[in-house]
Design a protein. Structure first.
Lengths: 98, 98
DNA sequence: CACCTTGTTGCGCAACTGCGCAAGTGTTGA
DNA sequence: TCAACACTTGCGCAGTTGCGCAACAAGGTG
């Protein structure tokens, strides 16, 4: 269970993309917001405290790393966590980040 | 257990520092190497395939994020993972990184 | 002491990031 | 068809990052 299998360079690039997605306080704030459930872009930008275009860009980073997915309903787009393990990983990081 | 408590801006900056440390393929490679045990800077730079100064800078990023610690023995400095949860988090990320 | 080995630090540069702002896309309703 | 709303995309700029290279620091050895 503690076995660590080496990754290929290509795999590590995908993992690093997840790291980059987690590398910004505002994006982490988005994850915390989405932990409470689905949210629209406007809602998220208000809670995080940034402009809508900026939030859209942050969401694009999270989406391309596969951490969130979106769903359209009329003109509104709702984002949610793509996988519960995303939150698990974030919470695990919180336990040892000094 | 699925409760998500909001973090302060300052806390999120520390968590984001961990994210940044995980945001580079070479640094992830270092973590994989260190999963097999303590390693010197020279050993790591050889395995990762970069120059020693470059490795030293990557290790500084990992160290300032609290992911690794070092120990000096003569002129050689050995690095190791600071906490087993670091590896746990990395492995967890690997499970959902698409 | 001089000299070697092992790491770290400083510097300059190309590449990337986060941001604000303006413009564009797409969906709804009058 | 036109206007309004919700979001995305393009662009430019300041700040950051990763890298190679040279210089420096620290320990060990003769």
């Amino acid at each position: 269970m503690d076995q660590v299998q080496p990754s290929s360079e290509l795999e590590r690039q995908r993992f690093a993309a997840v790291g980059r997605a987690l590398a910004d306080p505002k994006r982490l704030c988005v994850l915390e917001c989405l932990a409470r459930g689905e949210q629209s872009v406007g809602d998220l930008s208000a809670q995080v405290g940034c402009q809508v275009p900026n939030m859209s860009q942050h969401l694009a980073v999270l989406r391309s790393a596969g951490l969130v997915t979106s769903r359209r309903e009329g003109t509104t787009i709702y984002y949610r966590l793509a996988d519960p393990r995303v939150l698990e990983a974030y919470q695990l990081i919180q336990t040892f980040a000094r």
